[in-house]
Ligand binder design. Structure first.
Ligand code: M6R
Length: 608
């Protein structure tokens, strides 16, 4: 994880670096640091804790002179969060400074070698080895030095580097960690993500693996690992800086929940033409779709939960077998690859290390890969054979909401497209589904209006220690997401179970007052889930139920009921998730936690 920034230009660098880091704090926030070159010396300031501490220490950057600099916000991997382990890291005589996002896998071996050569290390990080290696190889040619270091290190990195002996230059390089370059009229910038540079420019270069950037205040050059110069074209960022700001909401998570109706409709609308599903970016003819025999759906976290939902939709509607995998498992499980298989990799950031590795693994075995991705131009988007974007816009809160909702939509659209092509759903069914799909944004909006009621309920559970989520079929899939949403931001232990499974062990944990959230939206499974609710109720549970409007008899068993408007049974997860997101949000808020930046987490998980 971690976020890196860099600036070289006419303005004082430190305030610009701090502004950029603020936009990247979602990537890690246990410590931060900047290094600025004033033409004579490289000055650094680092601090454990949130960025605002660093900002206060430097009076918003004012106390650090110089127009070239690099900055870092950290999510610790090697070495605990501390001032010493915070980046930038330096060579011994402080003539080279480096910030790093990624992991150097062979750093122990390299560290030992450098120690044997007399180098002393000040931190416990893997990054410091890069600073010393740069020092070791530097004989006056920075580009050559960087390529030599690239040949020595294994793992992932996006680096920002300044050399005291090259006062008018800033270098950057990446392998398997995101890096972009922004060209602006006040100078040039590097960053891990676009929001960090948007204040100054919309002209952005996406840096590919093993590309090196050398920039001055008015020029940018790109090189490959063989030091050959490359031609690159900038992309223009269409979305606005406001999209990445809080806009009056207390937390990004709340703002992003409220953006769901728009995000969902932006993801649906371009793919419906004359009542039919048209997904041009799929790049597959109906004949090619008919040839697909199996689909792998691969992702992490909430994106994985959308795949669990999608399995039910694809298998039910398009009658095609789906294997759902956690990316971290898929990449090492040596699956049996067969012909005519499609892999769908789902990711908000498009940078999740395990998902990217799973993509590469599938491609290496000749499997065609479709990415469902939110961040345009991200690694997964670029490396997939085809990419279907979820038009959620920038998502900042660590707990995903609108990206999750748009991923569900992408799955529905694909399943409907497959059903259309394979002839497993007739025209009338698809037409009805399209109608229901188009109603979802308005229904989500309506459910968001319940927020006060859910806040009141949530406030009763601030001190609770365990929560269980139950559901069958698609309701099990949404329980997984409801449970993750709650635990990641409220620190309350919660688990999701297929409702029929509880009695095989876990029911022994239910005691007087245990909160159980039961989801019962699947009409054909409704009675079964009702019996399972009864089972936990008998053992003292307090039950909050989420079900479809009209299922009023549930009130005889459940203590608190949330009704969802009517939709196609395959789409209920899009509605059920709203009260569950609100519940997690308000528990976290009520406990006074930092909703957007929960402890130990980061938005973009670019390490294994
Ligand atoms: O960027 P990705 O969609 O690949 O991220 C996957 C997970 O890290 C992410 O969904 C995570 O589980 C969220 N914190 C859930 O809210």
């Amino acid at each position: 994880m971690c976020g890196i920034v860099g600036y070289i230009g006419e303005k004082q660098a430190a305030p610009i670096l701090l502004e950029g880091l603020e936009k990247l704090e979602y990537r890690g926030y246990d410590s931060a640091g900047i290094a600025v070159f004033d033409g004579t010396e490289i000055h650094a300031k680092k601090s454990m804790g949130r960025l605002k501490i660093l900002s206060e220490l430097t009076h918003g950057g004012e106390t650090l002179p110089g127009t070239t600099g690099i900055g870092h916000t950290r999510w610790a991997t090697h070495g605990a969060p501390s001032d010493m382990n915070a980046h930038p890291h330096f060579n011994q005589d402080k003539t080279i400074a480096v910030v790093h996002n990624g992991i150097i896998e062979n750093y122990m071996k390299l560290k030992k070698k450098m120690q044997d050569k007399g180098y002393t290390f000040k931190s416990e990080t893997d990054t410091e080895v890069i600073a010393h290696l740069l020092d070791y190889y530097y004989k006056g040619d920075a580009l050559e030095t960087i390529t030599k270091v690239m040949h020595r290190v294994e793992g992932s990195y996006a680096l920002g580097i300044i050399f005291k002996s090259e006062p008018d230059k800033l270098y950057a390089v990446r392998k398997d960690s995101p890096l972009i370059v922004g060209k602006s009229n006040i100078g040039n910038l590097i960053a891990s993500d676009v929001p960090a540079v948007l204040k100054y420019t919309r002209d952005v270069y996406f840096i590919e693996n093993e590309e090196i950037v050398c920039m001055t205040k008015d020029d940018i050059q790109f090189y490959n690992i063989d030091e050959e110069e490359l031609e690159k074209q900038p992309a223009t960022i269409e979305w606005d800086i406001d999209a990445a700001e809080k806009g009056g909401y207390e937390y990004f998570m709340l703002k992003e929940m409220y953006e769901q109706p728009q995000a969902v409709s932006d993801t649906i609308n371009p793919r419906i033409k004359e009542g039919k599903i048209v997904i041009d970016e799929l790049g597959m003819s109906d004949e090619e779709i008919r040839q697909i025999r199996k689909i792998y759906m691969i992702a992490c976290g909430s994106a994985y939960h959308t795949c669990v939902s999608a399995k039910y939709v694809f298998e039910g509607l398009a009658r095609i077998p789906v294997e759902v995998d956690l990316a971290s498992e898929f990449r090492y499980r040596h699956p049996i690859y067969e012909e005519n298989t499609l892999a769908i990799i789902v990711s908000q950031s498009g940078e999740t290390a395990d998902s990217l590795a799973a993509l590469r693994e599938a491609k290496e075995h000749g499997v065609r890969v479709l990415g469902i991705v939110n961040v345009v131009g991200s690694s997964i988007a670029r490396e997939a054979d085809n990419v279907m974007y979820t038009w959620a816009g920038p998502e900042i809160a660590v707990a995903t909401t609108k990206a999750y909702s748009t991923q569900l939509i992408a799955h529905y659209l694909l399943a409907m497209k497959f059903a259309q092509a394979r002839g497993t759903a007739d025209e009338k069914t698809i037409t009805e589904m399209v109608k229901d799909l188009k109603k979802l944004p308005g229904q989500i909006e309506m459910l968001l209006e319940n927020k006060k009621k859910i806040q009141k309920f949530a406030n009763r559970y601030l001190a609770t220690e365990h929560v269980f989520f139950l559901g069958r079929g698609l309701d099990y899939a949404i329980s997984l997401e409801g449970s993750l949403k709650l635990k990641e931001i409220s620190y309350i232990h919660s688990e999701a179970y297929a409702a029929g499974e509880l009695k095989h062990g876990t029911i022994s944990l239910i005691e007087e007052g245990t909160l159980v959230v039961a989801v019962a939206t699947q009409e054909e499974l409704y009675k079964k889930t009702l019996s399972n609710i009864q089972e936990v109720k008998t053992r003292g549970a307090f039950v909050m139920a989420v079900t479809n409007v009209g299922n009023t008899e549930i009130e005889k068993t459940a203590d608190y009921v949330i009704y969802l408007p009517k939709t196609n049974p395959y789409f209920t997860n899009s509605l059920a998730v709203i009260p569950l997101q609100l519940f997690g949000y308000y528990v976290s808020l009520g406990k006074g936690l930092d909703v957007d930046k929960p402890r130990n987490l980061a938005k973009s998980v670019t390490v294994e």
